[in-house]
Design a protein around this ligand. Structure first.
Ligand SMILES: C[S@@+](CC[C@H](N)C(=O)[O-])C[C@H]1O[C@@H](n2cnc3c(N)ncnc32)[C@H](O)[C@@H]1O
Length: 262
């Protein structure tokens, strides 16, 4: 099954939009500490384990897991995210994280990474791993979720991916803007891709409380970033959201947990 997605943030020339270091830091700030502790408990990482974290972002899981594991290999296409991860590793005195700055589908197994890990995780990233920049100027986005998942399955190890179930009311905001939101592939799609590959896959859910107050500002910032809105448009959007979209102060986050062994 080939799943194509057109809801990813792109830059003006059509490539994948890059996170600045500031945006990466903001992203890390917005993550619930309960998310990290819950996933850490689920993964049961041991001191002798080597971990692969694909789409690692600012080190959300890579840094806490590196405190427990022997090594973490962290892959991300964003320089800003990896810079933030490295700063966090430095702050924590961690020397066992190895970063690879590539699109997952461009990573060369046997060269950039080895083929054996104890745990392979894609935390809040698996639906993006199908993307890579292609074409002569590498500015067209090519999507192939099956290819990305098949590549994960060439590795030896226990695989785990998480995906959020309740988006930050993002579809309501698109509606306000008169735009259609065709979201990312959800966990059912990821499950079905794995199932079609003949793999036994377990899907579970966990619910956590946001520890940050999710304000309307954060929501309008995210959407403005994705849609490249200018300041005037962004202020207008923030105003409209303020009046129209209810984002409660204390929200629940529902996450799906997809686990399989290839
Ligand atoms: C939503 S963030 C999640 C970050 C982190 N894993 C977490 O749990 O907070 C998704 C990350 O995946 C990265 N990413 C997106 N597409 C990618 C791809 N095709 N290959 C590698 N990394 C990718 C982005 O740059 C971003 O840092």
């Amino acid at each position: 099954m080939m799943y194509r997605c057109n809801a990813v943030a792109t830059d003006k020339s059509g490539g994948m939009k890059q996170w600045s270091t500031l945006e990466a830091k903001d992203f890390l700030q917005s993550i619930s500490s309960q998310y990290i502790s819950t996933l850490t408990d689920i993964l049961q990482v041991k001191p002798e384990d080597n971990i692969l974290d694909i789409g690692c972002g600012p080190g959300t899981m890579a840094v806490p897991l590196a405190r427990i594991a022997k090594s973490v290999t962290a892959i991300d296409t964003s320089v800003g995210m990896l810079e933030t991860l490295k700063e966090e590793a430095e702050k924590n005195g961690l020397r066992n994280i190895n970063c690879v700055n590539k699109f997952w589908r461009d990573v060369e197994v046997g060269i950039d990474i080895t083929d054996t890990y104890d745990v392979v995780i894609a935390s809040n990233s698996i639906n993006l791993l199908g993307a890579k920049e292609a074409g002569a100027d590498r500015k067209q986005l090519d999507w192939d979720l099956s290819d990305a998942i098949a590549k994960i399955n060439t590795l030896k190890g226990k695989n785990c991916a998480t995906m959020p179930l309740l988006e930050h009311k993002i579809n309501d905001v698109y509606e306000l803007l008169g735009r259609q939101y065709s979201g990312f592939p959800d966990h059912i799609i990821v499950h079905n891709v794995l199932f079609q590959m003949g793999l036994k896959v377990g899907v579970d859910y966990f619910v956590i409380q946001d520890n940050k107050v999710h304000q309307n500002r954060l929501l309008s910032e995210r959407v403005s970033w994705i849609l490249n809105l200018n300041n005037t448009q962004r202020n207008h959007l923030e105003d409209t959201i303020q009046r129209r979209v209810k984002v409660s102060d204390r929200r629940l986050q529902v996450w799906s947990l997809i686990q399989w062994i290839a």
